[in-house]
Design a protein around this ligand. Sequence first.
Ligand code: NAD
Length: 423
Amino acid sequence: MTNGNDGPSSVLQTALWNVQQTVRRLKLTDDIARRVIEPAERISIRIHPVIHDDGRMLHADVFLVRHNDVLGPTKGGIRMTPTVSLDEITGLAMEMTWKTSLIGVPFGGGKSGIRADPALLKPAEKEVLIRAFTRSVQRHVGPEIYVPAPDMGTNENDMGHIRDCISYSGGTSITTGCFVTGKPVLLGGIVGRREATGYGVVSTIAAACKHLNLNLSNFRVAIQGFGNVGSVTASAIAEQGACVVAVSDISGGTFCKDGLNVQKLIEHVKTTGKVKGFAGGKDISLDDVLETECDVLVPAATHSAITQKNAGLIHAKIIAEGANAPLTPQADDILIDHKVFIIPDILCNAGGVFVSYLEYTQETQRDQMTRTEVEHRLNNRMKSTFELVFNRAEKTRSTMRHAAMDIAVTRVVDGILARGLLP
Ligand code: NAD
């Protein structure tokens, strides 16, 4: 694996750093370490769909990585951004292996990517692109191989198109088993999947407050990113009485020291497409949001948002990693030195994949779960996994990230040994 064009603080480098440290702590042999670290399959495909009315084609690279399937079929979202690369997808797939293992669902780690800018696509153009992507990777997708879901730049409508494309190819109304999660509820999706990651983030923050003897309802919160994860986290934490003082998206930030009205901000973003210009706050820069005086900072946008350059400027007591790999390893060290309590991504944002697992079982059994059932199971699983990680961190006097990685990687190693080493 090379670092490709990701630069020195890429998600792949962060993922490799974290797993290599874990391999050392757990004293794994070189052979087992390679089984744990090296991706099983990395695919890059060029597609040329005709997406424009005038017959012009879009020439796009798509990527699919199945990192490790020891504990089950690989699971992970589809990222659509103009810069996504095979290395970025590899790092994210690796993270999914630890996340599914830690949260205790029978999946491995995978991820896929489409290099395109969703903001430049009309809905019909995006549908053609999603269908072209689906056909190109279809032989690598299925309930026993890789089950995609939404990630940055993709949403439940796109997942509906994927399911339709696969069932249409087979000439059937539905797929046999679950090929994709995060679908619209009408098409076999599960109630509560859209909110699951954000609710899970807030469950882990509430659990941290309990253990650290802090009162969530007195908290000031800053959130980077106001898409699926950021906006749901903002609503859910405000409902618990906390004050959301700063929020950003790619357009810029907004701030109100007495607390932003989150529902009005959501309406503003629906109407204008951006956070900037919100009448209930003062426009601030992207950096200002990260550096806001607050108790909790939730990076919920993209990877490597906090580096050694800005880590020293963070004021939060708790960082809850809503995004995947938002901290570089150097930033992590600086923040740990500053006694910031960090809830690592593989724990903090695992609510999405947990509810995806419920969707997978629901579709397999042709069952329908209620919102109460889904939220109850999500909350219980997030809390019990937080306890497991917190207790291990206390016992071994390590960080939450080290404890989470040690538990996750140990389970994958146990899976390798339980399956046996022969082909
Ligand atoms: P999304 O596309 O719905 O939203 C992303 C948001 O981040 C947008 O508001 C965008 O404008 C903003 N953004 C992008 N770059 C930014 C920057 N430099 N500064 C400030 N804001 C910026 O994506 P999402 O589904 O909410 O995912 C966000 C993060 O959470 C990603 O890292 C993703 O991998 C991770 N995640 C998502 C899920 C899920 O269920 N959606 C699950 C686990 C982890």
